[in-house]
Write a protein that binds this ligand. Structure first.
Ligand code: ADP
Length: 480
């Protein structure tokens, strides 16, 4: 069936607002779904940080008022067609005209407003979706609200919901009073099989409980979260819904992330002209104040600096890593302990470590292109996109075998020659160090290394295949 109507709801999307991988997905999957035949539109908040070059092009198409408890709030609806996909931006100065996307004291209110508004805007914009595709906790209560309030109205009655978990760790847990104060739903929803979570409310859990279908971003993570270790205290609910749970690996936007055309790079290159990659390495070293030397492998890290990403493993063997003839290039921000760790390493070893504690989309791209290896020793990783960007730019990933990292990176096998990276199994610092040393060893074998670089660059991690899997699920949902 073509022309399924989908409203894709996300709290961030490239190129408008981004803190992590969700934005990459929300900015590129809809484009692929559109190509696959869906009538898909994206809805997100109109944040203060969205570039003026986009806000100036937005078209005001109407407004509504939304009730949250005793509050009666204005919601402007703006529209922008970007790369063939219609984006709706929900505008409320009080909720979204703020610095940064998350971490405000009233997130429950901000995102309840977002969820209610994206449902209530539909009759106003005359778009009646077959399916609302929700993503992560910020949109977790959409299915609950439909069930509790809106489905009584014939306009909303047949709308189905799919809920995609991009990271089960971030759940949106708030005091239970918001059930009546913001959501305006009855206490019958405050149950073990509903939104209740240790006597609080949990937006992620609501998404898991009330959506028709649940998906997550790799097959391995879909299995892992059924276990307590990865389940973030929700594994029981995940197991309960496992009959409706799918794992679909994320892709990346192959057009936006193409070393042959990417304007953010120092030089462009492709698989048959790798000189440009060496030029990127040289310029990266130079621009970051590292010794310019093509024989020293550059190890890139671009990440939120949080426990999830495995930085305690690096902390544990940092001195040993620094004894190797390598350069480390870090870009990221997050927990103070890791920011300090990398900043200090850079100040003590300026010839070996460069640490940029910030968010910088251009530098990120230059690191993907200018590094030889990319280190991602995650404790858990729902999908991970950085290893995919790395491969696309000819940079060899070194990862821990978990979640999407396990599904996308096959360790180099010296006997068969197969593989596209290096990986280790256990969450163990010396295991990581051993694999890092193995990668360094092969870096100096030019034939093998060049073969890996070329292979990585020719692998297809674009959205086409995964978009088709989503289309199959959408179709199944409509036949249910
Ligand atoms: P997560 O969503 O858990 O943060 P992913 O690997 O799925 O991890 O996606 C992270 C995305 O955010 C990638 O596109 C990566 O390049 C980008 N990113 C992370 N930190 C930074 C940073 N400091 N500056 C620029 N881009 C960053």
């Amino acid at each position: 069936m073509s022309n399924i109507k989908i409203l894709f709801a996300a709290s961030e999307a490239v190129p408008f607002a981004k803190t992590g991988g969700l934005a990459d997905v929300a900015g590129s999957l809809p484009k692929a779904l559109k190509k696959a035949g869906a009538d898909i539109r994206v809805v997100m908040p109109k944040y203060k940080g969205i570039s003026k070059s986009y806000t100036e092009q937005m078209q005001f198409i109407g407004s509504i008022y939304v009730d949250l408890g005793w509050r009666h709030q204005y919601c402007g609806i703006l529209k922008l067609e970007y790369e063939d996909v219609i984006f709706y931006f929900l505008d409320n100065e009080y909720y979204f005209n703020r610095d940064g996307l998350y971490g405000h004291y009233d997130e429950a209110e901000q995102f309840t407003f977002f969820c209610k508004s994206l449902i209530e805007m539909l009759p106003a914009i005359d778009f009646q979706p077959d399916i609302i595709h929700c993503n992560d906790w910020q949109t977790g209560v959409v299915s609950l609200l439909l069930d509790a309030r809106y489905k009584k109205n014939s306009y909303f009655k047949n709308i189905k919901t799919i809920y995609t978990i991009h990271n089960l760790k971030y759940q949106g847990v708030f005091p239970k009073e918001i059930l009546t104060d913001l959501l305006n739903v009855g206490w019958e929803y405050f149950t073990v099989n509903g939104i209740e979570f240790y006597d609080q409310v949990n937006f992620m859990k609501a998404g898991l409980a009330f959506s028709d279908i649940i998906s997550t971003v790799s097959k391995t993570y879909a299995e892992e979260i059924k276990y307590d270790f990865f389940g973030e205290n929700l594994s029981e609910m995940v197991r309960r819904r496992s009959g409706d749970l799918y794992g679909i690996i994320n892709g990346i936007d192959f057009e936006e992330n193409n070393p042959a055309t990417d304007k953010r790079l120092f030089a462009n290159y492709d698989v048959d002209h790798l000189d440009g990659k060496s030029a990127n390495k040289r310029m990266l070293q130079e621009s970051l104040g590292l010794p310019v030397n093509n024989d020293v492998p550059v190890i890139g890290i671009i990440s939120r600096l949080v426990d999830q990403k495995g930085f305690d493993l690096i902390a544990c063997v940092f001195d040993e890593i620094l004894k190797e003839n390598v350069q480390l290039v870090i870009l990221g921000s997050g927990e103070a302990k890791y920011e300090h760790m990398f900043s200090e390493a850079a100040s003590h070893h300026p010839d070996k470590v460069s640490s940029s504690i910030k968010y910088d989309a251009v530098l990120a791209q230059r690191i993907y292109a200018g590094s030889d290896m990319f280190l991602m020793p995650s404790l858990f990783e729902p999908c991970g996109l950085s290893q995919l960007f790395s491969l696309r730019y000819g940079t060899i990933p070194i990862v821990r075998e978990t979640g999407g990292l396990k599904d996308t990176i096959q360790p180099y096998n010296e006997y068969t020659g197969e593989g596209n990276g290096f990986s280790f199994t256990n969450y163990n610092a010396h295991e990581m160090l051993h694999i890092l040393r193995k990668a360094i060893y092969y870096y100096h074998n030019h034939d093998i290394w060049n073969m890996l670089v070329r292979r990585g660059m020719t692998l297809d991690f674009s959205w086409e295949k995964s978009a088709k899997e989503y289309m199959d699920i959408y179709q199944k949902m409509l036949c249910k």
